[in-house]
Design a protein around this ligand. Structure first.
Ligand SMILES: [Zn+2]
Length: 243
């Protein structure tokens, strides 16, 4: 503003609304939060920071998140909601932390539902950060990464996989029976499952696992299984039990 740029051009290059800019001009005593600016709709877009938290949050979003209009009155305010099962309190905190580091200007709140808590944050910029949002269920539409999202996921496949497994995944004990001459013997071993109806999201999960050197296979049409001992140990370095 001091340089004489118009509110319109500042608004276009920062993503900050003209009303807010006018507010700041009239009330210079208001402290401007630098984090309110969005990395993606800036004039020269950069990668959202911290990238590790973005990768994790992106995994959570693809698994069990949704973006919708926050209210009828404001058509530019969006709500990111991620469902966290009650059984995993640690997941809720980690999800809330990632949401608030990626959009520090937006307050994170929680909403209790039967069997799960939703972690919610409202921002105008969730659609910039997660351009995969759209009408209908995720598995009914094509999920394609933008080149900049691919760069983050490739740089931080462990955080991305952690988000995917925390939302739509499972780490449990598999019991298998071996029929031996002297009777049956049971073996127990930990394994991971990632279940999702979207072929695109399953493919993204598979690519992240490949990059981490984790051997996986499809155990069903809609489920990826990681069961080999070394593969489970490797994935434990990035995911582990949910909390
Ligand atoms: Zn934006």
């Amino acid at each position: 503003m001091e340089r004489g740029n118009s509110l319109r051009s500042i608004s276009l290059s920062t993503g900050i609304s003209r009303a807010t800019l006018r507010d700041w001009r009239e009330h210079p005593e208001i402290k401007v939060n630098p984090h309110a600016v969005c990395a993606r709709c800036a004039a020269s877009p950069t990668l959202p920071e911290p990238q590790t938290d973005y990768a994790y949050l992106f995994g959570l979003y693809l698994g069990d998140g949704c973006i919708s209009l926050a209210g009828a009155r404001d058509k530019k305010m969006w709500k990111l909601r991620i469902a966290c099962a009650d059984a995993w309190p640690g997941l809720r905190e980690e999800c809330a932390r990632a949401m608030s580091t990626v959009r520090p200007a937006s307050k994170v709140r929680t909403q209790q539902h039967p069997g799960c808590i939703e972690v919610v944050s409202c921002s105008r910029h969730w659609p910039c950060l997660f351009p995969q949002h759209g009408p209908g269920r995720k598995h009914m539409r094509k999920i394609e990464l933008q080149p900049w999202q691919r760069a983050i996921v490739m740089a931080h496949p462990g955080h991305f996989a952690r988000g995917l497994f925390h939302s739509d995944g499972y780490r449990g004990i598999n019991r298998v029976r071996a029929r031996l001459v002297h009777g049956d013997q049971w073996y127990e071993y930990p394994r991971y499952l990632f279940t999702n109806e979207s072929g695109d999201i399953l493919r993204l999960c598979g690519e992240a696992l490949d990059q981490l050197g984790v051997v996986w296979r499809f155990s069903r049409r809609n489920a990826i299984s990681v069961a080999r001992r070394e593969a489970v140990a490797r994935l434990d370095e990035f995911v582990g039990p949910k909390y």
